[in-house]
Ligand binder design. Structure first.
Ligand code: CO8
Length: 373
């Protein structure tokens, strides 16, 4: 079997960012207007008033301080509270395709490759722009390569599933170079009127190139030592947006067609599940916590990651062992462990090992063991 190498990554960060204070000010204006509009019903006990959000709560509960977004004005406008994205014609590139290209270009440059070198494009992300044509085929066309492409959707674990799929292609010899890209516009499916979750997500795109080791310089990138995926059905993170919406006999509310979660339950279920998965995966490769120099974890909640790292390492992780980008990026779904890897992998010495892990809705989780070449 061939050896797969994660040879390079790329990151595209949208130019606009929203701080917790800005987000909370917009949310609280919405709440004040709602309570004013419904003052009579609230006074009569017929309707519950809405409560203010707080920047202190957000930072303490999640570790998030800001998030990059594709449209700041629309999200912060209390009359809109979602991004406003220009409708594109069929002959124009979609916004996610543009984001993908902006992450792919630095990724290819870092690997010393061009579009002509690519055999396959995988788009792996939580939210796709349409059912068809596949976004990956659009990206392939924008690249100008003769590759093939397909989309993969496994929520926040999508990048781990994408890396395993790419690595399997390399291992089996069906492709030599696979681009895996994660264009996430999470804010388009976030309910900015929901106090429990309005602060969680941001927008970003990451790309990773997975190649046949025979084609990669001996000191470039990371050997993919092993990949492991697992899923377990849960409704604790759910989005009922879908192609059957217009056929449903009971029309769904707007809120029901956006991201909804039972965050506390997710925290309790997913943290231990991911820790156990990583420990077992290391064990399957005759590795232990002592072999792990770094954890590149999905950025859903700093407290959840602290717990996962402690269970994996058997002690609290140092900041160097478990770097984070929560504060700056928030949760960017599938892209988030790739951002952490992109920013915090360059200092590993040859032979040193790290684990990348994505996890979220499904539930779905994946672990990728990487060794610096
Ligand atoms: N401001 C002030 N107070 C608040 C707020 C707020 N914004 N929100 C809640 N509170 C209050 C609550 O009312 C509650 O008050 P009380 O104790 O009086 O009842 C108190 O704060 C505590 O509330 P919670 O128990 O809900 O707070 P938690 O400590 O659990 O923190 C979190 C909430 C941060 C959401 C936390 O539970 C969490 O992060 N859990 C893990 C979630 C997770 O990992 N989710 C993964 C989702 S990612 C994924 O799979 C991708 C899906 C696809 C992406 C689609 C993009 C849209």
């Amino acid at each position: 079997m061939k050896q797969a190498v994660l040879s390079a990554t790329g990151l595209y960060t949208p130019p606009e960012s929203i701080s917790n204070d800005e987000l909370v000010a917009s949310f609280n204006t919405y709440v004040d207007r709602y309570n004013e509009t419904h003052a009579a019903e609230i006074a009569a006990g017929e309707r519950a008033p809405l409560s203010h959000s707080s920047a202190e709560f957000i930072t303490k509960a999640s570790g998030i301080e800001s998030r990059y977004v594709v449209d700041k004005a629309g999200i912060l406008d209390p009359d809109t509270m979602h991004p406003r994205i220009r409708t594109r014609g069929n002959d124009e590139p979609s916004l996610q395709c543009e984001m993908a290209m902006a992450a792919i270009e630095p990724c290819l440059a870092a690997a010393g490759r061009t579009a002509a070198d690519i055999d396959a494009v995988l788009v792996a992300c939580s939210n796709l722009p349409r059912p068809y044509p596949a976004l990956a085929v659009e990206v392939q066309s924008a690249l100008g390569g003769g590759a093939f492409g397909f989309d993969l959707n496994v929520a926040c674990a999508s990048a781990a599933f994408g890396i395993q799929t790419a690595a399997d292609m390399i291992r089996s010899g069906s492709a030599r170079r696979v681009l895996m890209v994660n264009p996430e516009i999470c804010t388009a499916h976030l309910n900015f009127r929901d106090r429990d979750s309005h602060f969680i997500f941001g927008d970003v795109c990451t790309a990773a190139l997975i190649e046949d080791a025979d084609d990669v310089a001996p000191s470039q990138g990371f050997d993919i030592v092993g990949t492991h995926l697992q899923t377990q059905f849960s409704n604790n993170i759910r989005n009922n947006f879908g192609f059957l919406n217009r056929t449903e006999t009971q029309p769904r509310t707007d809120a029901d067609r956006l991201f909804v979660q039972n965050g506390r339950k997710v925290f309790k279920d997913v943290g231990p599940m991911v820790a156990e998965m990583i420990v077992d995966h290391l064990g399957a490769h005759a590795l232990t916590a002592a072999d792990v120099r770094r954890l590149w974890l999905h950025q859903a909640n700093i407290n959840m990651n602290t717990l996962i790292a402690k269970r994996v390492l058997g002690r609290p992780a140092t900041a160097a062992e478990m770097p984070s980008v929560f504060a700056e990026y928030g949760n960017t779904s599938s892209a988030s462990p790739v951002i952490v890897f992109h920013q915090y992998a360059g200092d590993l010495a040859p032979g040193e090992i790290g684990v990348m892990s994505g996890f979220g809705a499904g539930y779905s989780a994946g672990s990728v063991i990487l060794r610096r070449r």
